[in-house]
Design a protein around this ligand. Sequence first.
Ligand SMILES: Nc1ncnc2c1ncn2[C@@H]1O[C@H](COP(=O)(O)OP(=O)(O)OP(=O)(O)O)[C@@H](O)[C@H]1O
Ligand SMILES: [Mg+2]
Length: 241
Amino acid sequence: MLQLKGFACGYGEFTAVDNLDLTVEAGSVFALMGPNGAGKSSTIMSIAGHVQVSQGSVLFDGEDITHLPARQRVHMGIAVAPEGRRLFPDLTTVENLTIGGYSRPKEEEKGNRERVFDLFPRLAERADQFAGKMSGGEQQMLAIGRALMAKPRLLMIDEVSLGLMPKVIDMCYSALDSLRSEGITLLFVEQNTARALEVAEDVCVLESGKTVWKGSAADAKANPKLLDAFLGLAETTTDGN
Ligand SMILES: Nc1ncnc2c1ncn2[C@@H]1O[C@H](COP(=O)(O)OP(=O)(O)OP(=O)(O)O)[C@@H](O)[C@H]1O
Ligand SMILES: [Mg+2]
């Protein structure tokens, strides 16, 4: 479904990610890992069309989208819950969701919102609350919910569990399970190695913009040395707010 070939991206003269080859199969779950500054967010934001590709190509369903504007990618079925969530703090849950669904026909909105509320009942209880007044966990659910309003076929989530309490992390991952069973392809960034390997089928580890390991989660788990290297790279961070 998604293919990056000889992909590089960055900011002006600065290259954040270099020579990345990556394939995400339709219906699969892919984890992008690595330490701070590795280029995980840059990669995701570049796939979404927000960071410039400087080399190589990005294919979606076989179509070259390397230079398509972000808006067009949303229409094609690519949505992102970005790092830091980037919600509109002075708008309510419902208003944030509405904005997430801008690419869809208006008559779909209510049904899509109900689907998000089924997935995260907590958001239904917070429907009229300002996003900026909600807990970190509720904001994360809203960020994922807002992305889902675009009815993506590829959903990318940057930092699923960072800063959240274990109970909220469980809620987010059980939502991801439901989405996967609906056939949505998932590409996510996760600093919690154990979690990532539990959920993902395929893994790519970046460090300073370079690919240091790529393979199946099963291989990663079967190779304790590799796992050690992972854990050295990415400490578990579940110190919640
Ligand atoms: N807007 C920007 N302008 C210039 N450089 C940037 C920008 N955003 C990120 N970078 C740089 O690109 C590199 C990769 O950053 P990126 O945020 O993609 O890493 P990351 O793996 O997501 O890190 P983290 O785990 O801290 O979120 C870093 O060296 C960072 O300083
Ligand atoms: Mg990041």
